[in-house]
Design a protein around this ligand. Structure first.
Ligand SMILES: C[S@@+](CC[C@H](N)C(=O)[O-])C[C@H]1O[C@@H](n2cnc3c(N)ncnc32)[C@H](O)[C@@H]1O
Length: 232
């Protein structure tokens, strides 16, 4: 299967993943070998899960999708779980994707086994992201961690700064818009500087988010932000 065919399916599923971000997930998952394990934190209706699942199926890997399906207007609760399950079945991925319908922090307490690709897109506050980064303990050698909403969310970004700059546990490699790629390695000075170099872009994104909430249209125009959404 080509990425274009996978994306045609994933793009029928509601969510926030862009095509370029989907391609980054796809390319990362296609490097796995048979028996490989992907863990996804935050699945919603399954937009990113379908991309990861189809890539996993094509190389003989599997996906564990973790989401408690939180209630509320933003994420939709149990009706979202029904959509997720229908979307996974429609993509032919029922035998490839295992769902853990619980918080990532609870799933981590009983997890054992190596992870070959970790995708984090769950709750975006600082403490939850710090907990989610605890999953990196299970990464196999050379495995990647991809994190959505890096450099547009205060919680996600401050947790990343802590892990890269203070704890020195992750190395920042690159990003596609707000989807950042890390590997598990002690960062050098140059790796740290590469992360710091994203901070002006982070400030821009946070300013846009604030301006949107304040309905500060002239600010948004000056910053050339014409999307009806926050930067992601
Ligand atoms: C931004 S959405 C994920 C979008 C999804 N990756 C996609 O491509 O459409 C965030 C999801 O995180 C879930 N979530 C919230 N708290 C969580 C937690 N503690 N652990 C795992 N997922 C959580 C929400 O229920 C929601 O479905």
């Amino acid at each position: 299967m080509r990425f274009e065919d996978a994306w045609a399916l994933a793009d029928t599923v509601g969510g926030w993943l862009t095509e370029a971000q989907g391609r980054l997930l796809w390319d990362s998952a296609r490097h796995l070998t048979p028996g490989g394990r992907i863990v996804e934190i935050g699945s919603h209706q399954g937009r990113s899960t379908v991309v990861l699942g189809l890539a996993a199926a094509s190389v003989g890997a599997r996906v564990t999708a973790i989401d408690p399906f939180v209630e509320g207007a933003m994420f939709g609760g149990q009706s979202t779980r029904a959509k997720f399950e229908a979307n996974i079945a429609a993509a032919g991925l029922t035998g490839v994707v295992d769902l853990l319908p619980m918080k990532s922090q609870d799933a981590l307490t009983t997890w054992s086994g190596d992870i070959d690709l970790l995708y984090i897109d769950g709750k975006h506050d600082y403490w939850t992201v710090v907990d989610d980064l605890g999953w990196t303990e299970h990464l196999s050698l050379g495995a990647l961690t991809l994190i959505h909403d890096s450099f547009c969310s205060v919680g996600v970004t401050s947790a990343l700064l802590h892990h890269v700059l203070v704890r020195g546990r992750l190395r920042y490699l690159r990003r596609e818009t707000t989807m950042a790629v890390f590997d598990r390695a002690a960062p050098t000075g140059a790796d740290r500087k590469r992360l710091m170099a994203e901070l002006p872009w982070f400030s821009r994104n946070v300013t846009i988010k604030a301006a949107r909430r304040l309905h500060a249209t002239p600010v948004l125009k000056a910053m050339k932000h014409d999307s009806p959404y926050d930067p992601y």
